[in-house]
Write a protein that binds this ligand. Sequence first.
Ligand SMILES: [Zn+2]
Length: 300
Amino acid sequence: MRMNRRDFLKTSALSAVGASAFPIRSWALSRAGVFTPIRRGVGTFAGRGGTIGWLISDGALVLVDSQFPESAEECLTGIRERSTRSIDLLINSHHHGDHTSGNGVLGAETTNILAHRNVPVLQRASAQRRGNLDGQVYADLLYDASWSRDIGDEVVRLKYYGNAHTGGDSVIHFEKADVAHLGDLVFNRRPPYIDLPGGSSTEGWIDVVEKIHADFSDETVFIYGHAHPSFGITGTRDDLLAQADFLSALIEYVEGGIKDGKSSEELLVDHLPGVEKHYSDNNVGGIHRCIRTVFSELSQ
Ligand SMILES: [Zn+2]
């Protein structure tokens, strides 16, 4: 079922010639954002910012995350080509701006925005720090440990596993499709954004992805907020262990440096020992930021 983005774009280009043969894939042609079906009415929209997940069926229209206003508009246009339903539910996987800034656009089409209880609090605090309180639209349907509802012929289930990428990350499972949106719990082979004021815990993050790995199967398709260009924004649970391996290597490396009395600047390397392969050709600045952040996390 898995198709990486580059293959998909190739297929889309082909379908420009024979568009009628690929009616779904041809959605992508008229705009920058790309719709990719996964299975049983669930798929992804890659525009600008964290990957949007969607469930589109006769009895359901559910969206996970809202990117930015412009790409949310693009996403909505594509959805309107597929469904005349009003949006049953918009979910925010967590509070970061590249997942919630389109809430005003997509939230206007639905009665509720659902998220973990900590999300509006973290979003407001972050907006305050950044001086952009005015533009914020917040989730208003909140849960603590887990939440589920039958929507159309799908069961949508959310679970909070504890502090990880932020203090309010949800795993959103479309149970019958067996597709789970992980928000930014996996940066697929990309240096992750560790956000200490936003509730990140690097140790907690390792624990959380290992628990998720145990809770799902090899059949589950996972959706990731972000991915290295060579890897997909969807994948299997092996990617969760790759995420855990990177974070473990990061902690081990920085811990060793602190023990040796080094400063964070002395610790900056372009490739982390043990996980060079997955990160070496991409975003050295991201690795440096990870080292600096975990240094300050471990020094607290
Ligand atoms: Zn994030």
